[in-house]
Write a protein that binds this ligand. Structure first.
Ligand SMILES: [Fe+2]
Length: 193
C-alpha cells in the first residue's frame, strides 16, 4: 500500500513543476508505468506514482549540466513525505539518471528498467505523433514506431538503449511499444494529441 495518494503527488508536481511539457511527460510516463504494472501484476500505484514524480526536479536542474537530476527529486520527496516512501521508488527515480553519469545508482530492478524505458518511449511516441498529418497518437502504428527507433536522427535526445533494455523485464520491444502506445493514446485528449 502506497503511503501517499495520487492527489498528494499531483499537488507536489504542481508545486515544483511549472513547465507544461514536463507535466505532460510526467503524466504520460505515469500511464505507461501503470500499464506495465498491470502487465506484470505489480503495484499500479507504486509504479504509476514513480512515473508521475520521476522528473519532479526538472525545473530546478541545469539542463546543460543536470548533475543533480534525480538527487534533488529524492530530496524534495524526503522533505515532503519523510522516510515513508518505498526505497524502490527512490532507487528507480535515481537510476533513470544512470546515463547522465553523475549519480552512482544503476538500473537493477524490474521497476528501474521499466521507468527508464517508459520515460524515454513517452517522449518518442509524442515525437511520432507530431510528424503525423493529423498530429494524433491514434494515427501512430507500432511498426512505424519500431522503424523510427532505428533512425538515429529522429528524436535524437531519446535514449534508445534504455528503451531496448525493456527486455530486461521479460517484455519484448514489440509488446512494450504496443502497450505504451495504447496507454498514452488512452489519454490523447487530455494531452492534446
Ligand atoms: Fe523523464
Amino acid at each position: 500500500m502506497m503511503p501517499i495518494t495520487r492527489d498528494q503527488s499531483a499537488a507536489l508536481l504542481d508545486k515544483h513543476v511549472t513547465t507544461d511539457w514536463i507535466k505532460l511527460h510526467s503524466r504520460e510516463t505515469e500511464v505507461i508505468m501503470q500499464a506495465l504494472a498491470e502487465k506484470f501484476g505489480e503495484d499500479q500505484d507504486l509504479w504509476g506514482l514513480t512515473g508521475l514524480l520521476h522528473d519532479l526536479d526538472m525545473d530546478k536542474v541545469d539542463v546543460n549540466e543536470p548533475k543533480d537530476h534525480g538527487k534533488i527529486t529524492s530530496e524534495l520527496l524526503k522533505e515532503e513525505f519523510g522516510d515513508d516512501l518505498p526505497g524502490e521508488m527512490i532507487h528507480a527515480i535515481q537510476a533513470h539518471c544512470e546515463n547522465l553519469g553523475y549519480l552512482e545508482v544503476k538500473r537493477e530492478s524490474k521497476l528501474d528498467f521499466a521507468l527508464a524505458a517508459a520515460e524515454n518511449i513517452s517522449g518518442f511516441l509524442v515525437a511520432c505523433a507530431l510528424v503525423m498529418p493529423d498530429k494524433k497518437l491514434a494515427s501512430v502504428k507500432p511498426d512505424s514506431v519500431i522503424k523510427k527507433l532505428k533512425k538515429k536522427d529522429f528524436a535524437r535526445k531519446v535514449n534508445r538503449d534504455f528503451i531496448y533494455d525493456i527486455d530486461k523485464t521479460g517484455l519484448s520491444l514489440e509488446e512494450f511499444v504496443e502497450l505504451a502506445l495504447k496507454a498514452v493514446s488512452g489519454i490523447g485528449k487530455e494531452i492534446g494529441l
